[in-house]
Design a protein around this ligand. Structure first.
Ligand SMILES: [Zn+2]
Length: 66
């Protein structure tokens, strides 16, 4: 899933970062990635991340979910 690394705006926090992961057309910075990885599914914040990522998938894959 990790295609490349470079400078881009994070799709979670909208902050430009030099380091992060790119999932298809979506870029997620390291700090957001860490927060997602360490997020507690019981927390509301986790739901927000999942919601944003679902939007990314929809935009990137044009309706195809995985
Ligand atoms: Zn971020």
């Amino acid at each position: 899933m990790i295609a490349s690394v470079g400078v881009d705006s994070c799709c979670i926090c909208d902050v430009k970062k030099e380091e992060g992961i790119r999932i298809i057309s979506a870029f997620i910075c390291e700090s957001c990635e860490q927060q997602i990885v360490s997020a507690d599914p019981q927390q509301e914040q986790y739901d927000d991340y999942v919601h944003r990522l679902k939007n990314v998938h929809r935009l990137s894959l044009d309706g195809v979910s995985f």
